[in-house]
Design a protein. Structure first.
Length: 480
């Protein structure tokens, strides 16, 4: 298997011209039966039982479900009986799918109902949804409050609605929302009482959860926008001594010797050194096989991402084509399979995520300046291939779509060399500014000739779904 390009000056292309594997998806019948509910109950943790029932029930059923859950010690024991109230609805299969998607039980969806996660994600949206969107918002707030913030939240709610608090305290926050719905303090259908929720969230200091209350495009009628309303907040760095997790996937040893990427080891070492200096915990995964590529990344993230971590950086270096990454066994892995890790791995909700991919995106070359070449180093997350509601994400590809990627066989990838230098010299820049600086450096053939003696123009490309400014280091306030 040949790389296809020999560029001289110790340069190679991280592109492999081989036939694509065609994977045919065989549709499977959905299994919605009494037996499947029984199987589902065995998978669920008690807190997930409460969340599922809260999301699936109608307002008219809330009191029955609340009273029964208050009576039993183990919510799982009441699940099957309470599901009978959900089961009478004609759309109950959709309710279960949507609720399982919200609590991120994708394995259960596949094992019990034969619904794969992508089908669930892409078919459960917009006007097709059957669950109450305001209940989903309240559930996400429940998920976002840890034990200490939950106590502050409940204390504030007790001050706002003192006569509408349950006599008996509950372990699960959704139980409180059920009680408030029964007592009339909160109505998810009309958003009545949401002002109390916002006030209580202010007391916790978790302003990111307040943003969940207001849907996209919502503006109060009396809101007069000012210049300050367009200002951007900054993602908080919770612990400067342990900023976040950086996972590096380095593919350098392939079945065929001609495909080996020895200099990629230098890229990995340099990037690991830089990220460690920025107080990131670094985990390196080498030479992943196609059959467990995404699984090992997900396991590394879930095993090492801590609650106090402020962000995730995932960097993948390999051969590639448009939308695909080559595994060590020389089978392509679809980039959308890898990207699912960013919204499936537990603990990453609302956390900013940076994905850097250094691999080819095609086999084209474009001459720039006198002898330069535009080349591609990263498979694309194509439009429509990941959830449209995935935010808090910035993706940087080491090149533009359809073009090859080059690598110095002795020093490593041009893109990774420049990225590491910019991170060393200007770690104070905002992340999108860092990638812009990298792009400028890659195109400035004169000033960066030490990296690029062949004068190869090598623009990178990035896109951002970030909602705030993101820094790898805590930004210091400066005084004039």
């Amino acid at each position: 298997m040949s790389t296809g390009y020999n560029l001289g000056h110790d340069m190679e292309a991280d592109f492999i011209n081989r036939d694509e594997m065609i994977v045919k998806c065989i549709p499977k019948a959905l299994l919605f039966t009494d037996d499947s509910l029984c199987t589902l109950s065995r998978f669920l943790e008690c807190y997930d039982v409460v969340s599922l029932l809260y999301l699936m029930c109608e307002s008219s059923e809330t009191d029955i479900i609340y009273n029964e859950l208050s009576r039993v010690d183990v919510p799982r024991n009441a699940f099957l009986d309470l599901c009978k109230h959900i089961y009478k609805h004609t759309d109950w299969p959709n309710r279960i799918i949507e609720a399982l998607v919200e609590i991120e039980y994708f394995k259960v969806l596949l094992d019990v109902y034969r619904v794969n996660r992508l089908d669930a994600l892409f078919n459960v949206r917009g006007s097709d949804r059957v669950l109450n969107c305001n209940k989903i918002t309240l559930y996400k707030i429940c998920e976002g409050l840890d034990f200490q913030h939950k106590k502050i939240f409940l204390r504030s709610m007790a001050e706002s609605i003192p006569k509408k608090m349950p006599i008996k305290g509950h372990e699960y926050l959704e139980m409180y929302f059920m009680y408030w719905e029964i007592s009339g303090a909160i109505d998810p259908s009309t958003r009545k009482g949401f002002d109390h929720v916002v006030k209580a969230l202010h007391a916790t200091g978790l302003t990111n959860l307040i943003e969940l209350i207001f849907p996209e495009g919502y503006q109060p009628e009396d809101l007069n926008l000012k210049v300050d309303d367009y200002s951007l907040e900054t993602y908080k760095i919770l612990d400067e001594r342990d900023v976040g997790l950086c996972v590096i996937v380095n593919q350098f040893d392939f079945y065929s010797l001609e495909n080996n990427r020895a200099a990629s080891v230098l890229d990995c070492e340099n990037f690991e050194e830089v990220m460690s200096s920025l107080n990131f915990e670094v985990v390196v995964l080498n030479n992943l096989k196609s059959y467990d590529f995404a699984t090992k990344i997900k396991t590394a993230v879930e095993s090492n991402f801590k609650k106090h971590h402020s962000m995730l950086v995932l960097t993948i270096m390999s051969h590639g084509q448009e939308g695909k990454i080559l595994a060590a066994d020389e089978i392509y892995v679809d980039m959308k399979t890898i990207s699912k890790v960013l919204y499936e791995a537990k603990g990453l909700t609302t956390k900013p995520k940076v994905l850097v991919v250094c691999a080819c995106r095609g086999d084209s070359m474009f001459t720039a300046h006198s002898r330069g070449i535009y080349e591609a180093d990263a498979p694309a997350l194509e439009s429509g291939k990941i959830r449209s509601d995935v935010v808090d994400l910035v993706v940087c590809y080491s090149t533009i779509p359809g073009f090859i990627s080059i690598r110095n066989t002795k020093k490593g990838s041009l893109f990774m060399q420049v990225l590491c230098e910019v991170l060393r010299e200007r770690p104070d820049l905002e992340v999108c500014e860092i990638f812009t600086m990298v792009n400028k450096a890659l195109m400035n053939l004169k000033d960066f000739r030490a990296y690029n003696p062949a004068k190869i123009a090598h623009p990178c490309e990035f896109n951002s779904r970030l909602l705030k400014k993101l820094y790898f280091k805590k930004k210091r306030n400066t005084t004039s």
